[in-house]
Design a protein. Sequence first.
Length: 137
Amino acid sequence: MIRRATAEDYVDVTKLMQKFAERIGSPHDLAFFGSAVENLVDNEVVLVSDTDDGVTGAILGKVVYDAMTDTEFLQEVAWYAEDNSGIFLLKAFIAEAREIGVASIYFSVLESAGERVHKVMSRLNFTPVERSYRLTL
């Protein structure tokens, strides 16, 4: 079942974000993510996949004002699932964006995600807008 995260999910979502950070080469302890996850759950958009095995995936987003277009968009902050719930989280995220009335959704997809993820995004009518780069200092 995909649902909105609540305060009871802080620890589970924090653990998922820790695993995601490890995957992208940015490991941190749980305390590092704690307040950020709490703020997103309490004030923004965080959806979780809740199964018999517990919370197995999460998608986190933040509503951002775009001064260039005078609209708001939902910016994905993190998207990670340990099972096959990722696509269900994504579809629920789109529905949530429609529900809250933002003009668009912005996603960053890891280069390492593979072509499968890019094809899913395309099938769901996401279009490439720009490419992200990082310079580690």
